[in-house]
Design a protein around this ligand. Sequence first.
Ligand code: CP3
Length: 343
Amino acid sequence: MSKILLETLKGNPGDRVPFWFMRQAGRYLPEYRKVRETTPSFLDFCYTPEKAEEVTLQPIRRYGMDGAILFADILVVPDGLGQKVWFEQGVGPRLDPIATEKAFANLSMSGFHDKMGSVYKTVSRLSNSLPDNVTLIGFAGSPWTVATYMIGGQGSKDHAAARQLGYGNPELFGKILDILVDSTAEYLCAQIEAGAEVVQIFDSWSAALPETMFEKWVIEPTKAIVEKIRAKHSETPIIGFPRLAGALLPDFVSRTGVDAVSLDTGVPLGWAVSEVQSQVCVQGNLDPHLVVAGGKQMVDETNRILESLKGGAHVFNLGHGFVPETPPENVAELAATIKAFRR
Ligand code: CP3
């Protein structure tokens, strides 16, 4: 059976537009919450292959997406490098911040693959258990986005700590990006070797950086990761997602060499067709909050996106992840709308 997601990402779109959704596994699904309850620590949950496999499969059983995204988190990478990472209920991720050379000196690659072994196991289990027509997507965070958490010690609106370290101590900041480039490239290669057929690099916080910093902190590290993956696995499509990169998106695509790019909700589609889809496959970009509302508005907007992008390679997705309050029945209507569309 052919994998239409994989084919589309390779630049060979067919009649039907393939789809998957960011955060397709997660708290909006009652069956996810049920499995999630059995392991209080979120990281332990990510590191339990049977459970991570199960929650990856749950949305596929319900909705028949063309892609299954590995269940894990972008913050397993700093955890694997030896930084203390934990998730607090109702708060989100917390880390012991890396703000000094001394704290940086504790990071190393020495135990990295051992620690990530359970993630690789989840990937290999999935590559056996997924239906033949479903493409397995591996992922990691981009160095910049992961660094914002490593340096700030938690999520933040303006990433002040990471920006200020980048400007104030470029040498230490550069070392953090370097270890992230190396570990992330190895992590993604190991996922591919375990069975991932596509990988996505999430750069959730690449927004509103000055263009010189976007070049140094976003484009260069991503390009280095793309080159390292290509050297070993030239056939595996790589999707970039520089969220809120705005007018810098076409540059991101041409300079990093990604095969596809995810469009956030705010990207205008006419512009995306001429500036981005002319270069690579695009993915996106329904507002996840519209799926909370559902109904005619959601269906009309979905069809507008499908129509606007039908002239080239397009993978339907959201502009960011599902929010926990999303009604599962709206996701069913969304999936049916996409499946019914023909290019
Ligand atoms: O279905 C999927 O998309 C696969 C799994 C996945 C998760 N996180 C599971 C998760 C993926 C691809 C991610 C990526 C991720 N993690 C990103 C990049 C994408 C984005 O959303 O911008 C970021 C920034 C993170 C960091 C992170 N992880 C945060 C900020 C939080 C807390 C936010 C919240 O809603 O609580 C997490 C926790 C997390 N990662 C959950 C899930 C399902 C919720 C935790 C739980 O179930 O207890």
